[in-house]
Ligand binder design. Structure first.
Ligand SMILES: [Ca+2]
Length: 107
């Protein structure tokens, strides 16, 4: 009986922790111009699944977006985070990656 109760508590704890982690994702993605539709968590993170180190765009978002009230700012949109010659605004409009220099509009 005690073993079963303990198992139920562990399962419940895992459920609530997973729900808390999952709820962070849509919140942050909703701040991006494309709502993270194209690259998901990989828009800002090196790992496409999210968490861990940030790519060039994620680092700029951390510096300007998070400190500016956790939003995609005009200044951030005008920057070229990955230094590929294309602004972040243009990258989002084109569906290319603002944090990956090898991803940019072809024309
Ligand atoms: Ca790019």
């Amino acid at each position: 009986m005690k073993k079963r109760t303990m198992t139920c508590l562990i399962v419940a704890a895992i459920f609530f922790i997973s729900a808390a982690v999952a709820s962070a994702r849509p919140f942050r993605l909703g701040k991006l111009p494309d709502n993270g539709a194209k690259f998901g968590c990989g828009t800002c993170h090196v790992n496409p699944g999210g968490g861990g180190p940030r790519n060039a765009f994620g680092q700029d978002y951390e510096k300007l977006g998070l400190k500016g009230g956790d939003k995609y700012t005009k200044e951030l949109g005008g920057m070229d985070s990955d230094k590929d010659g294309i602004s972040n605004d243009q990258e989002f409009s084109s569906g290319t990656h603002p944090g990956d220099a090898s991803s940019k509009p072809t024309s």
